[in-house]
Design a protein around this ligand. Sequence first.
Ligand code: NAI
Length: 325
Amino acid sequence: MKAPVHVAVTGAAGQISYSLLFRIASGDFLGPDQPICLHLLEITPALGALEGAVMELNDCAFPLLQSVSMSDDAEVAFKDIDFAFLVGARPRGPGMERKDLLEANAAIFSVQGKALNKVAKRDVRVLVVGNPANTNALIAMNNAPDLDPRNFTAMTRLDHNRAMSLLAEKTGNHNTDVTKMTIWGNHSATQYPDLHNCLINGEDALSKVDASWYADDFIPAVQQRGAAIIKARGLSSAASAASSALDHMRTWVQGTADGDWVSMGIPSDGSYGIEEGLIYSFPVTVKDGDYSIVQGLEINDFSRERMIATENELKEERDGVKHLL
Ligand code: NAI
């Protein structure tokens, strides 16, 4: 039997975690022969609800689940962990401005970055799901100076998956026929889902749809998909967010398929002129547990304008939390 991996999940009593924890424990993350120890973090008032979720985890009698611990202290929850799913975040409350939301979350992610720096395994891989995900990842990364900045990532895989499915549906294909989808930038309404390099069954995706559908329907539909789900369900996307979080981490460990790539929010190295250090979503390939930005893609004016707009939003978010960086 393999040694267990230690997986932390924050916001463990929330709705994304209500799907995520059970899928991690059942083997959907690293496969049916990888034992798991779960380390769950919540704020103190939510520990009671978390106990209920843990009772349910135990009631599933998952063969792979070796242990579950709960804490309201990040330094306890993150001790010696291999993976961190940072899902917990402060939602926007009544009367809260965007700036207040950024600040409230910045405070959470600076504490968690410091705790990771202090107690997590030195090669811990961190995925930030909680919004604003890119800037929260930036804050955590900046508060963990002893860890490799490349190990801090933000989730745009849900946007990537949404874009693949919407394109497949429009063209009468299956999502597995779609390759080389790209989400550039921020996990927000400024993100840029780019079809210029995307393929359907190996053929240029843009040649299969008309340009006005791409610009006027597809791009806004991907950007607004989260809002459409809230409108339909009365709640934000949860099971799909959990599923994409697993996809992100699994790809990071197991690699991308030959001839394909995925989108990940990662620290920019200046590729494509994006300011170095921002957490920006790029197309990446992953091999041997390490990701590389896909290089050499041609960027036309249409794409450049949108890539810069989402970069500018990330710069504004960063400038709003400068004191915590
Ligand atoms: P939720 O409100 O159901 O759960 C969040 C949980 O986080 C709550 O139980 C809360 O007590 C906990 N929490 C708050 N502060 C915490 C802290 N300092 N430490 C530990 N736990 C803390 O929210 P839900 O639906 O589970 O979503 C979580 C986050 O994920 C939200 O910020 C949401 O906007 C974001 N999200 C991101 C997506 C992405 O694609 N990147 C997609 C969908 C949601």
